[in-house]
Design a protein around this ligand. Structure first.
Ligand code: TA6
Length: 296
């Protein structure tokens, strides 16, 4: 259960870790700020939303919209939204929020500690009935994120869920990047009536709006960005789906919390379990969806 509202003051008193402090962020929402020799970063309690990660010696890795809202009940645009307990529109309730409740829920900090390499690991938790979820983020030379889901105490039947760590990566220009590692995975093309498409056998490049759910894709993938002179390695465990998205021009213009001219700056590569890869969770078991992001 989320205990009494954690205030900036109570958090500062409870979690005294060198390189970590709490403050009121945008919209007055409480955020944790990490500043260590190995990395800096930020995470809001609203949605347990990571909004920044910058390993030492590199440029920021995550993208944030300059039009993002920071309001209770509204998702933050950019960083790493947590999609849970469903992905996309709710199959049975059109009025339910897209991508589930997690990204607009109030989470509480359960743990904060230094890591062996001098970074910081934080765990946030919340309850989204019938599930109890914990999100652990390690801000270090790599960004390691794990969403651990179990059924709340007393729930005696299995329940199905979808999840996604919907990571927005900052890129030089989406028209000049490529993604490898998904060449052998079939995918659902959400821009073609959710038609299933065969594996392409080639790297992903972007010439228009792209919205694909790759299935049975438990391999590592790489984001190649020659404009930034970097490759980002994305390795996962507990994730059978990878979602690749760029809204391009028209969809960007339709999103009020996404700048009309921001689309070249980002690409989403999302670590997920969606559709046929949804998780059926039995009582007393835990499913962990983990992604490790590394700048090469
Ligand atoms: O992950 C891709 C996607 O499902 C797209 O279809 C697009 O809707 C995107 O998520 C963003 O969704 P949001 O609800 O955050 O606007």
């Amino acid at each position: 259960m989320v205990s009494l509202m954690q205030t900036v003051q109570s958090l500062c008193e409870q979690f005294k870790v060198p390189g970590l402090h709490f403050e009121a962020g945008q919209g007055g929402l409480t955020k944790a700020v990490v500043a260590t020799p190995v990395a800096s970063g930020e995470i809001y309690l609203h949605g347990a939303h990571v909004t920044s990660w910058q390993p030492a010696g590199h440029e920021p890795v995550l993208w944030m919209s300059r039009s993002s809202l920071f309001q209770p009940g509204k998702p933050i645009r950019g960083g790493v939204p947590i999609c849970f307990p469903w992905f996309g529109p709710n199959a049975s309730d059109p009025s339910a929020p897209a991508h589930g409740f997690a990204r607009t829920a109030m989470w509480e900090v359960a743990e904060a500690r230094p890591t062996a390499e001098g970074g910081i690991s934080m765990t946030l938790q919340t309850r989204i009935d019938p599930f109890a979820v914990r999100f652990t983020v390690e801000f270090g030379s790599v960004l390691r994120m794990t969403l651990a889901t179990e059924l709340a105490t007393g729930v005696s039947t299995s329940h199905r869920f979808e999840d996604a760590l919907h990571t927005y990566f900052s890129v030089s220009d989406v028209r000049n990047i490529s993604i490898t590692g998904l060449e052998q995975s079939r995918y659902i093309d959400k821009l073609d009536g959710a038609a299933e498409k065969p594996a392409t056998g080639v790297a992903i490049e972007f010439i228009g709006e792209t919205d694909r759910v790759y299935f049975d894709s438990d391999s590592e993938c790489h984001l190649h960005d020659p404009g930034r002179k970097r490759t980002i390695a994305i390795s996962t465990s507990g994730s059978q789906s990878t979602v690749v998205w760029n809204p391009w021009i028209a969809k960007s213009a339709r999103m009020p919390d996404f700048g009309d001219h921001e689309w070249p700056e980002m690409v989403c590569i999302e670590t997920a379990n969606v559709g046929v890869n949804a998780v059926e969770l039995a009582p007393k078991s835990i499913h962990s969806t983990t992604v490790v992001i590394r700048v090469q």
